[in-house]
Write a protein that binds this ligand. Structure first.
Ligand code: C2E
Ligand code: CA
Ligand code: CA
Length: 780
């Protein structure tokens, strides 16, 4: 609307300016013209009045001369002498016709009327203008007089015989016809009236011109006196300059005056046509001005409106059509600059948006972009699978070779994943992982893709002479089975990916049972703390058979928890949870205390068994552990040699020096250290040689299939041999059948543990179980 306002304002300005200038000019011109016309009219009026008076003088001279001729008429003089009234009247009439007089009078020297050509019965006895008679004897005498309600140009001439005998007065009527004649003879103004003063001293019109303008009426209505100078007055709604002039000798009889009018309106008429032309021109000028102003305003406001519209579009994030205006002027330049700016903003915004939604290294969508895409896809599809592809060795690789090579490696992996994935969304999920979202995918297709991804990522990354294995693992979470929304789906896929690390095919579906993040986990930890505090957990003991002596000379303490609501909770479920939540120290402390106390009881009974307690990797981070164990042993008066600690391979491989130091201190106490689950990790015997390790527990994975699997047999055989060479005892766990037991005996394995011998049992049962086997006098 601001643009319209601008147009309106400009138009109004132009119109107002035009009208104001024109109006001012018009007023000035009119005023000056009028002024000029009044001056000019006054001059003309005065001139006309003078001319008129002069003309009347001429006429009076001519009439006087003709009447003078009459005075010399013999017949008239004889008739006067003979008092022959009829002859006198006849002569007078003849003369009267000649000079245009309608009334001829014969006046006696005493002023009495002796003959009158007027119709009989006018009743005029005496000549009413004695002054005229007096002056007639001395000079030519003529005056306009009013007589019997009519105006006459009265010329009085004495008649001598030879003495004055009478006077003759010729009355030429001063009427409309007279005026018309006068106007014909000279250039008299058309508005003219002759007025005479009646006996009542009032002025009345005796003759008027054709125009029939009542100048006298106008003057008296306006209260103007009869002025000799022109005055301005309005008659019948029209403006006149009016001037009065006395005719003839004012002393002679009743005065007669001529009122002459000069019509300003008439004088202005030529100018009026100029005015109407001027008005026409003004209207035209206005129209052109209006159109011009409108067009100019539009010319300015249109591009401005277009630019404003463009700005509003940019505000909405739409850069599609920047305002391009083909103009050469400043607005064109502005539009061009604006357009360039819009383009720059668009590019910058696109760049920023790309950066915000993409990973800078691989140019794949980043995690938040992927989340949005999955969210979107969940609106459209009822199901889908999220594959979390982790490159598990990445942190280690970056530590070793640096970020630059790490980035190149990630780019290469991204490319491989992109090529392997024909549909769905591929994105970077974290520093070390990618994700693939497959909407509407069935389980088989998902597994196929996951295995394919493992296959394409398995070949090492090659760069010059460097070859790097990334060790991929794929975790899969299904929607809606495993998660209700996107963030849950991502979290579950990550959990599955960690689980995938532990399986040989490196692909795992999400499993709620092994999810450390599953709901209820924290309350489970709370329950565990309670259980430990109230001794609601117990240690069961699984016998270990000495294969040389054939007796049970040791046992592994395994924790058992009977949850009041959940029933028995498997150690695998809560031990890992306790490790992750930092509660493992409590478990270890309790297990050590409980096992050492039990040892003390058994030893006191004469049951000589070495009891192995499981330690978790985190326990080795506790520098207080050796002192605590020493205190417990002292407290229960148990020699250290009866206690064994089982530590998994991963707890000792690649651990910091502090953990190794704790291990050394423990061994220094005189207790035994066994490496648990040996064979599944990456440790080498050569490495273990440097550590204070007394025994190796071959993982049950190798033992369970001894009867059927020749390669397992070979592995177990080699481990036993090598371990013995390095002075380590060998324990086989997971002995489930007699064949395995027999083979272990054959290859010289030291101890066997497994369901085939016995499952873990409460401490109470243990003594009788051992008794059944027979107790060895000494285990060492
Ligand atoms: P582990 O140390 O490898 O313990 C051996 C596991 O194998 C035990 O499971 C035992 O019951 C089971 N087992 C024994 N013989 C056989 C057999 O012939 N066949 C099969 N299939 N399994 C057999 P459990 O008791 O469920 O313990 C699981 C894990 O929990 C243990 O694995 C150990 O790592 C951990 N754990 C148990 N008690 C404690 C504890 O007091 N402290 C710590 N830190 N960890 C414990
Ligand atoms: Ca163990
Ligand atoms: Ca084990």
């Amino acid at each position: 609307m601001a643009a319209l306002g601008f147009r309106l304002r400009l138009t109004l300005f132009v119109v107002t300016t035009i009208v104001a200038v024109q109006a001012l000019t018009a007023v000035l011109v009119t005023q000056i013209t009028r002024h000029q016309l009044i001056a000019e009219g006054g001059r003309q009026l005065t001139m006309s009045a003078n001319t008129f008076v002069n003309q009347l003088d001429d006429i009076s001279a001519r009439v006087a001369e003709s009447v003078q001729v009459l005075a010399l008429d013999y017949a008239l003089r004889a008739a006067i002498a003979q008092r022959d009234r009829d002859t006198v009247l006849s002569v007078l009439r003849n003369h009267g016709r000649r000079v245009g007089a309608t009334r001829m009078l014969m006046i006696g020297l005493d002023g009495s009327i002796q003959a009158d050509t007027a119709a009989s019965g006018s009743g005029l006895q005496r000549f009413p203008f004695p002054e005229l008679m007096d002056s007639a004897f001395t000079r030519r005498t003529a005056a306009v007089v009013a007589l019997d309600g009519k105006a006459y140009w009265m010329v009085v001439v004495p008649i001598y015989a030879p003495q004055p005998v009478a006077l003759v007065a010729a009355g030429i009527p001063v009427d409309d016809a007279f005026l018309a004649r006068m106007q014909r003879l000279s250039a008299l103004p058309k508005d003219i009236q002759l007025i005479a003063q009646t006996r009542t001293a009032a002025w009345e019109v005796v003759a008027r011109s054709d125009s029939h303008i009542d100048l006298l009426g106008g003057l008296s209505a306006a209260g103007h006196p009869l002025a000799e100078q022109p005055v301005l007055e309005t008659v019948d709604g029209r403006e006149y300059l009016v001037l009065a002039r006395a005719l003839g000798d004012p002393r002679a009889g009743a005065p007669v005056q001529a009122i002459i009018g000069y019509s300003l309106d008439d004088a202005l008429r030529p100018y009026k046509s100029v005015l109407s032309t001027w008005l026409g021109l003004l209207a035209l000028g206005l129209l052109v001005g209006l159109a011009g102003a409108w067009l100019i305003a539009r010319g300015v406001s249109r591009p401005v409106e277009a630019l404003a519209a463009s700005v509003r579009r940019i505000e909405r994030g739409d850069y599609s059509a920047p305002a391009l205006i083909d103009r050469e002027d400043e607005l064109g330049q502005l539009a061009a600059a604006f357009s360039t700016m819009t383009l720059a903003i668009r590019q910058r915004e696109e760049h920023i948006r790309f950066q915000a939604l993409h990973d800078a290294v691989t140019a794949l969508p980043n995690r938040s972009a992927a989340e949005a895409a999955i969210q979107c896809s969940l609106h459209e599809h009822d199901s889908g699978a999220l594959l979390m592809v982790g490159l598990t060795r990445m942190p280690e690789i970056i530590k070793t070779v640096g970020h630059a090579l790490g980035d190149r490696l990630m780019r290469d992996a991204a490319e491989r994943i992109r090529e392997a994935t024909t549909r769905g969304v591929v994105a970077r999920a974290s520093d070390t992982s990618f994700l693939v979202w497959l909407p509407e995918a069935d389980r088989t297709a998902v597994i196929a893709l996951a295995l394919h991804l493992i296959d394409v990522l398995n070949p090492p990354y090659q760069e010059r002479d460097v070859s790097i294995d990334v060790v991929p693992a794929v975790g899969i979470a299904l929607y809606p089975r495993h998660a209700a929304d996107t963030s849950e789906l991502l979290q579950r896929a990550e959990v599955a990916q960690f689980a995938a690390l532990r399986v040989p095919e490196a692909v795992a579906f999400y499993d709620a049972a092994s999810d450390p993040h599953r709901p209820g986990r924290l309350s489970l930890m709370g329950d565990l703390r309670e259980a430990i505090a109230h001794d609601d957990v117990a240690l069961h003991y699984q016998p270990k058979l000495n294969l040389r002596s054939g007796v049970i000379d040791s046992a592994e303490a395994l924790i058992r928890w009977q949850h009041p609501k959940l029933g028995p909770v498997p150690p695998d479920a809560f031990i890992t949870l306790a490790e992750e939540t930092g509660n493992i120290h409590r478990v270890t402390r309790w297990a050590l205390a409980s096992a050492i106390a039990q040892l003390q009881r058994w030893l006191a009974q004469g049951l000589n068994v070495r009891v192995a307690v499981n330690l978790s990797a985190r326990d080795l981070h506790d520098p207080e552990l050796p002192r605590r164990i020493a205190d417990l042993l002292t407290l229960h008066q148990v020699e250290a040699r009866w206690l064994e600690l089982e530590i998994t391979e991963s707890a000792v491989i690649g651990e910091p020096a502090a953990a190794i130091q704790v291990l050394r201190e423990l061994a220094g106490l005189g207790l035994h250290v066994a490496v648990d689950d040996f064979g599944v990790g990456e440790s080498s015997l050569a490495y273990l040689r440097k550590l204070p390790v007394h025994a190796l527990k071959i993982d049950k994975m190798f033992i369970q299939r001894l009867a059927t699997d020749a390669s397992d047999r070979m592995i177990v055989h080699s481990i036993v041999e090598l371990a013995h060479r390095l002075n380590h005892r060998v324990v086989a766990e997971g002995v489930e059948d007699a064949a395995a037991l027999a083979y272990l005996g054959e290859v010289g394995c030291d101890h066997a543990q497994g369901h085939h011998i016995a499952a873990a049992m409460p401490a109470d049962h243990f003594a009788s179980f051992v008794a059944h086997f027979g107790t060895a006098p000494s285990a060492c």
